[in-house]
Ligand binder design. Structure first.
Ligand SMILES: Cc1cc2nc3c(=O)[nH]c(=O)nc-3n(C[C@H](O)[C@H](O)[C@H](O)COP(=O)(O)OP(=O)(O)OC[C@H]3O[C@@H](n4cnc5c(N)ncnc54)[C@H](O)[C@@H]3O)c2cc1C
Length: 351
């Protein structure tokens, strides 16, 4: 097994950095993800066992919005359909349970106690180390430029030479549109800002064990999140609504207006959190039109598996998608129904 990356993972140039990623079962985006996320949890626990260190940091998560918002309705639908432990709280109960949260009177919250945080840099580092220990050859700082399939394999051309492979798994994240023919009109790379803030008061209320992850859907449909202070401040950011960009030209500086926008959100919904801004970082989403993933062989290139475009919600699935990919390349089959992730869905939509 050969793994090639143009940088040296874990790095902060793509989509897998920012110290915290949420994993939750009550999947508002679509109940189809619940069986996948359940297997992902099992595999994250197996990783914890293997490395004898915590990987899942249990925080709980609360989805907050109007009762009829997409976030609340979708979360409840998945929770009820798949029997995910959760509690529905009105605005008053939410504030009583988590006094630093100040929801509007017409907002409700769905609390999922089992939701947890994964630390992406730690996990990517572990995955790299374990792959290497298991015998994979990892080549960093080498950029794949193109490939050509033949009857007995694929010739992969890089900026350093060529490699011959029986199969290729392409998981180039935000660089996919520039690398995989036919995907640039389909995929959109979106700039995302993550910020960390020091609480102004009640510092103890923002740590793990006190503060869940929160996702808030506002009346205009925009969604923002906060993540508890794991020692580097409270993490805050918008989910989507970033500018469309290109991974090699993206603006990595965060503007004063972007800082002010987040400060305003904190002031409105969790004012005790709005102390000093500690840090900011730009990250990238790679979105499909329906925000579902792509896990499929490329048309006419049966030896190339495209695994990408997580549309801003893929990290939690890295463990299970890794297993799915391993099954596909070794046996050609997966235990999961991958129909929702096929490329053909886009041509069917266009027709
Ligand atoms: C701010 C933010 C918050 C998020 N929050 C969550 C969350 O709470 N929960 C969740 O589940 N998900 C979340 N996500 C989404 C999740 O992090 C991403 O979906 C996931 O990390 C994407 O991983 P990836 O492997 O596709 O991309 P990447 O991690 O960017 O990996 C792609 C790799 O391909 C390499 N590469 C690209 N082109 C080439 C080439 N030509 N040759 C060689 N190598 C190449 C790159 O160097 C890179 O290392 C969030 C994303 C962001 C940006």
């Amino acid at each position: 097994m050969l793994g090639i990356d143009r940088f040296a993972p874990p790095h902060d140039l793509g989509s897998s950095h920012g110290r915290a990623r949420l994993i939750r079962e009550a999947y508002y985006e679509d109940p189809l993800y619940v069986p996948l996320v359940r297997r992902a949890y099992e595999l994250w626990r197996a990783l914890e066992h293997e490395v004898a260190a915590p990987v899942l940091h249990r925080t709980g998560a609360v989805m907050i919005g109007a009762a009829e918002s997409e976030l609340i309705m979708g979360t409840r639908e998945s929770a009820i359909r798949h029997d995910v432990p959760h509690e529905l709280l009105d605005a008053k109960q939410l504030h009583q349970r988590f006094p630093v949260l100040e929801p509007l009177a017409d907002m409700v919250g769905v609390f999922e106690p089992g939701a947890s945080i994964l630390v992406p840099e730690t996990i990517v580092g572990l995955q790299v180390e374990l792959a290497s220990r298991a015998g994979a050859t990892l080549v960093f700082g080498e950029r794949v430029m193109s490939w050509e399939g033949g009857t007995d394999g694929v010739e992969l051309r890089t900026d350093r030479g060529t490699h011959h492979a029986r199969q290729v798994v392409c998981c180039a994240g935000a660089w996919t549109p520039g690398l995989v023919a036919g995907t640039s009109s389909l995929l959109e790379v979106e700039r995302q800002v993550q910020q960390w803030w020091a609480p102004a008061r009640k510092e103890e209320s923002f740590g793990i064990g006190h503060m869940p992850v929160t996702l808030w859907e506002l009346a205009n449909g925009r969604v923002f999140y906060t993540m508890p202070d794991m020692g580097q401040g409270l993490k805050v950011g918008w989910h989507h609504s970033g500018a469309v960009t290109d991974p090699d030209r993206v603006e990595r500086t965060v503007s004063p207006e972007e800082h002010a926008g987040i400060a305003d959100l904190l002031r409105r919904f969790t004012p005790a959190a709005k102390g000093d801004r500690l840090a900011s970082q730009v990250c990238l989403y790679t979105n499909t039109p329906d925000r579902h993933f792509i896990v499929d062989r490329l048309p006419g290139e049966a030896r190339v598996l495209l695994v990408s475009a997580c549309s801003g919600h893929g990290f939690k699935f890295a463990s299970v998608i890794g297993e799915v990919v391993a099954d596909l390349v070794t046996s050609g089959r997966s235990a999961f129904d991958l129909t929702p992730f096929r490329l053909a869905r886009f041509s069917a939509q266009a027709a």
